[in-house]
Each structure stands twice: as structure tokens, then as C-alpha cells.
Design a protein around this ligand. Sequence first.
Ligand code: HEM
Length: 407
Amino acid sequence: MDDLSRRNVLRVGGTLGALGALSALAAPASAQPWHWSPAGSVPGTGSGADPRQTWDTQADPLVASLLDRGDVPKVNELLRTWKKNGQPLPAGLPSDLREFMEQARQLPSWTDQNKLAAAVRFNEKRGLYLGVLYGFASGMMSTVIPKEALAVYYSKGGANMKNRISKTAKLGYDIGSRNAFQADGEMIVTSVKTRLVHAAVRHLLPQSPHWTHMAPEDVPISQHDMMVTWHSLPTTAMRNLNAWNVKVPTDESDGFLHSWQLSAHLLGIEDQYIPATWNDAESQATQVLDPILAPTPEGIKLADILLDLGAGLDFTLLTRPILGALTRFMLGNEIANWLNIPREPVWSTLLETAWGPFVKVREGLLPVPLAPHAYWTFDELLRQFVLLYMSELRPISIEIPEFNNPN
Ligand code: HEM
């Protein structure tokens, strides 16, 4: 654990943070009945079964069997060559895996190519904001989703966060690319591989003494957990864009939602839990996401690592104080305080006063930058995020883990 004993983390986290974490774990959301109706889902119907008691019925037993049979190294090696959505699966895969993947890679019948075309327009216009939103609103939020923070910290990827962030950034990159779901795109491949990774984590983490000691559940990454994380991505991005008064045409915001509905499906989330509209997404997020956010010692440590993402690199604006101020600005004071991120006098003030006008200028609503220096600084900040993803966080192959974080 990086020389960092649990006791130290608790001390770093501060008593309040630790108490918050413990109470969050002691009173899991499952204490309340599940009442989000499948009427608000993409198919508009479903069993309504509690998603906290449902995982991935198809992928989980299959990947557990691959791990038990010792097939994973061979499978990872073969899948390294499988990159494009339209590419045939590599020869030599175990037949049960091949059969599953052939079906799992199919887009659902409700795929709407017009909406995907609108998503491309959305990504082209708002891509610059999305870099910072996925990276710092969603990425930092994941550290205050207690069950996700625990799973990430104690799984294999927790031992090398930079590497893990690159793989997660790949998903954000792939979903925003022009051809995301087309034959020459990569989002279907990335989602199906991630589905396999999650199934492996469900088999492996229960074998980690660290995780079992801390986790409030027997098996991680339920359908409910996946929707929580899903909301930390598109719903949180859209909430921020709305807060910044970015006016997104309805067809484009619907297109953006659609691309994430498809991703949810490909990640193995049952259609009955995927919200049909932004209103449905909001109603679900207020039930599943907002109430469960809380600090944990593990999440505080992960956030600390994320704040150093730009350290040692050539990005003058991706410094710890600026990234901290961005987190505070996008996720609010409560979450920043949980994560022990100090208020940064210069940058917090600048963001609070100049970000609104900056967005207006970028959106063509103000003709001349009111504060030219702040304008160019923010523009450069967005650009450096995109560059960070494209250069430093070069996508690496997403592979099925075979073990947990050994530390
Ligand atoms: C792996 C995305 C939900 C925990 C991954 C990877 C991606 C990803 C792209 C592959 C990167 C890698 O191998 O490191 C997503 C998305 C989700 C979601 C888009 C929901 C929409 C969750 C949830 C949890 C979780 C709910 C835990 C509660 C993990 C863990 C790994 C992983 C532990 C494996 C890291 C390792 O190799 O050790 N996820 N995830 N994910 N995810 Fe998720």
C-alpha cells in the first residue's frame, strides 16, 4: 500500500472524513427499498428487480471459468489484436468466450443512427469541455463513490494508477470519436473488453483479504454500482454544462445521451436500468448517485494520486493547485473538503469569477473577452487536458486482470 498504512490514511483523511466513510459503509443504500421504475428505462418496461442484487449473469460465470481454467493470459494476448468494432474476433479464443463475445458486441435493436450522428455534432462542439469534465468532474467523483473507490484501490489497477487512468481515458476518448460505434471505431471493443474486466473483478476481489475486510458487500460492481458510475460520467458532464449555461440543442444532448445508453448496454447494464431521457436520468441519479457520495480513506488516497496527474510533465497548467481548484469548482466545496483539497486563493477565485464569462465567449455569446488573460488561460487549460489524454495517457490495451492489488 505505498508505505501508507490504513492508520496513516485515516490520519491524512482526518477524523471527519473517516467518520463519514465509516457511516457511509455502515448504512449502505441497500437499506432502502429500490423504487426507480423501469417505466423510465429505454425499453420502458422490466422486472424492476433490485439492481443491488444483480450483477452480470452472462459474463460473470464465463470469466470466472476462464480464470479458473488458466485461460486468461492466452485470451489477453489474442484480444490485444482485436481493436476495431468491425474486426472479426481473433482465431483461437475459447469457444464459450467467442460465443459470448459475438453476441455481446451486437448493438441493440434500439440503436438510432440519427442520434449517433447528433452525438458526433455534440462531441465536435463540446469535446474541449468534455476532456476536463470526464477527467476532473467524473474522475474525481469516482473517488467519493465509496464502493468504486474500494474496488479500484484493492484491484490490480490500484497498484498503478497512471496506467489505470490511461485505460479509463480510452473509454472517454473512444466514445467521443466520430466513428465510435461504426465498424472502424473502437467503442464497442472497449466496452466489451471492459465488461470482461468487470466480470473478472467480481471473481477476484472477494479473494482479496484487504477488500473483504472493508467492503460492505460480498460481490462488487452490481448493476446498481454500474449505474452510479454511469451517472458520474454523462449525467455529471451534462449537469456541469447546464451549470455553465452552455446551451446544447436538444437533438445533440439526446444524441450524447444515446451514445452513453449504448455504452451502458455494451458494458452489460440491463436495459431496464438505462434511463430513457435526461429527465429519467436525473430522477435516477438523485436516487442512486447523490445520496451515496462520501469520503473513504481509499478514495482520499486515489484523489491525492489524481491531483498529481500532471506532475513531471510539460503541462504548465495541470499543476496540483490548479487541478485542486478545478475539482472544488466543478464538484463543490463539500466534496473538495472531504478530499482534503485546500481552497486555492488565486485559482478558486479566478474560476468562480471568470469561468462563466469565458464559457460565454467560447459559446459566441460575448463578442470580446472581458478578461483576455483569463480567457486565454482557460482556453489553454482545456487544450492541455486534451493533449494530456492524447500524448501522456496514450491508450493501452484493456486486459482481463488475473490478480488483485498485491500491496
Ligand atoms: C476497469 C470503465 C463501473 C471498478 C474498468 C475499465 C474501464 C472501466 C474502461 C478498464 C480499465 C482498466 O482495466 O483499468 C467503467 C465504466 C463504468 C464502470 C464506464 C460504468 C458505467 C465500475 C464500477 C466499479 C468499477 C461500478 C466498482 C464498483 C473497476 C475496477 C476495474 C475496472 C476495479 C479493474 C481495474 C484493474 O484492472 O484492476 N472500468 N467502469 N467500474 N473498473 Fe470500471
